[in-house]
Design a protein around this ligand. Structure first.
Ligand code: ATP
Ligand code: MG
Length: 506
């Protein structure tokens, strides 16, 4: 018996002003399989997913679900056809509880009223499936990006779809969270669900997926090929369009002995206790830990976004109180690239140039008495070039860029700001292979020139590639430190050993 593909897209076309986002994208996903959808930032992956879920109407091409032609002209129509989705952008209602968000599309009603007990119970089932430890009754506002992502996955699972589309669901997750999610996906596969998985992490793709489609400039350059027939270099060549070679990171001179940033037994309103660290010019200090360990919260407290309740922060040897991000930059030359760049880092309704220039506004403004549009553009263009940001024009609004390209703008903005201390939270989340390498090179070069970097990343490969030392955090305190010998295996084992040690470290 020949089975029909669970999902078939044929020669899809989607036009936006100035861009052909899709220009002949095709793929087929069989029931009971996991299909990877790959491509560089801006290749058209999310656009394709939005067509498959009725968010966008295609300008050409056709769709079939289980052998039947369908017109998915609304998200509801897609849900009825059995297509569930986790979009790349978060879609939760901040003021609703975790349980309500998970059950939003099918809230159970009893006697005309919302049946809260069963909302809780049902939601808890999906939280358990993902071993996600959050209170179903708490509001979604204030949860971390990784928790939000997993809640969206729980919500998609609750739909019991025949086809499940996951657009970069693991960008903010730690290895053990990813493993749990993959366990769930494998079970769904055994049960016959067809899964489409978008990721920039090729290790994950090889670990999980059966077949692959690669998009380049909106076209399927590889279509539904078994992954076992493709080696990594071939896959990357298909994405990039030419051979891609690993970059050499520059050798870095020894750091200056005096620390430029010190934390001495710091406690915060978030609940940190006794956190000490020191960072020298030219050094890259990694901060690793599981989601919820308090890394992002530490960065935020340092930047004045929440209170420091005990201990001392010293910058260039002087005790300081930083008021906010602007104060950090102006008085101390500290830059902060936040984890939630969409929420905190960018002005979506402003052009790319303005976004990049905004952090340097003071500097340029002071020197030339007002920001000239020409300088703004020159500065932006340099970084657009270096990080390969894909624009249809330099006036393009950031909100219209692909997810990965938005990340790049946020990075560019801070790299351009001539800071002396840079705190970066999850820098390459959602960024494609080629740009990731370019970013690693850029950061190493800046460090070699004397930039002090505090790097928060859940990507252990990235951590081992970049960091000189790795501090490990657990439950809002530092539980150990690992000197990075840049060999992935041994270093990562020591880091993970610190995280999973059962005894609390005194
Ligand atoms: N609403 C929109 N308006 C205008 N252009 C858009 C819109 N959405 C996407 N685009 C453009 O379409 C192209 C494809 O974007 P898409 O988001 O599909 O890329 P992607 O492959 O998902 O990239 P990433 O890996 O960065 O998420 C990009 O050039 C993007 O700027
Ligand atoms: Mg995308």
């Amino acid at each position: 018996m020949i089975t029909e593909p669970a999902l078939k897209a044929d020669k899809l076309v989607k036009l936006f002003p100035g861009v052909r986002a899709l220009d002949g994208a095709s793929l087929r996903v069989e029931p009971g399989s996991v299909h990877a959808l790959l491509g560089e930032n801006g290749a058209g992956k999310s656009t394709l997913i939005k067509i498959l879920t009725g968010v966008y109407t295609p300008d050409g091409g056709s769709l079939e679900v289980s052998g039947h032609p369908v017109a998915l002209d609304s998200p509801q129509a897609a849900a009825r056809a059995g297509v569930g989705v986790v979009h790349q952008e978060r879609n939760l209602v901040p003021e609703f509880s975790v349980a309500e968000n998970i059950m939003l599309q099918r809230l159970p009603v009893k006697g005309g009223l919302l049946d809260r007990g069963s909302v809780r119970r049902e939601a808890q089932r999906y939280l358990d499936l993902l071993e996600l430890d959050v209170d179903p009754d708490r509001r979604v506002r204030g949860l971390s990006v990784s928790q939000l992502q997993l809640i969206e996955v729980a919500k998609a699972l609750s739909m019991d779809s025949k086809v499940l589309l996951l657009d970069e669901p693991t960008t903010a997750s730690t290895p053990s969270e990813v493993e749990r999610l993959f366990g769930v996906i494998r079970k769904l596969r055994e049960g016959g669900t067809a899964i489409l998985f978008v990721s920039h992490k090729l290790e994950e793709v090889y670990d999980l997926c059966d077949t692959v489609t690669v998009l380049r400039d909106g076209v399927s350059v590889l279509e539904s090929v078994p992954l076992s027939e493709l080696h990594r270099p071939e896959l990357i060549t298909a994405m990039v369009g030419r051979e891609h070679s690993a970059l050499e990171l520059p050798a870095r001179p020894r750091f200056e002995p005096d620390p430029i940033l010190e934390l001495d037994e710091v406690g915060t309103a978030y609940g940190h206790h006794g956190v000490s660290l020191s960072l020298r010019k030219g050094e890259i200090l990694g901060l690793y830990g599981l989601v919820g360990a308090g890394r992002t919260e530490l960065a935020k407290s340092l930047l004045g976004l929440s209170a420091i309740t005990e201990g001392e922060v010293r910058v260039r040897g002087r005790a300081v109180r930083i008021r906010d991000v602007r104060d950090a930059l102006r008085r101390h030359r500290i830059g902060y690239v936040p984890e939630d760049r969409k929420g905190e880092g960018l002005f979506l309704e402003q052009p790319v140039t303005r976004n990049i220039a905004v952090a340097v506004w003071d500097r340029i403004g002071r020197r030339v008495g007002g920001v000239s549009a020409k300088r703004e553009r020159a500065l932006a263009e340099d970084y657009v070039e270096r990080l390969g940001i894909r624009l249809s024009s330099s006036n393009q609004l950031v909100g219209r860029l692909s997810g990965g390209n938005q990340q790049k703008v946020s990075l560019a903005k801070w790299l351009a700001a001539e800071t002396e201390i840079l705190i970066i939270d999850e820098p390459t989340v959602g960024i494609d292979v080629r740009t990731k390498a370019a970013f690693h090179e850029l950061i190493s070069t800046l460090a070699a020139d004397g930039l002090a970097v505090l790097l928060i990343t859940s990507d252990l490969v990235e951590m081992v590639t970049l960091a000189d030392r790795i501090l490990v955090m657990r439950d809002f305190h530092v539980c150990g430190e690992v000197e990075n010998d840049r060999e992935y295996g041994p270093t990562s084992r020591r880091v993970m050993g610190l995280i999973h040690a059962d005894e609390p470290v005194a």
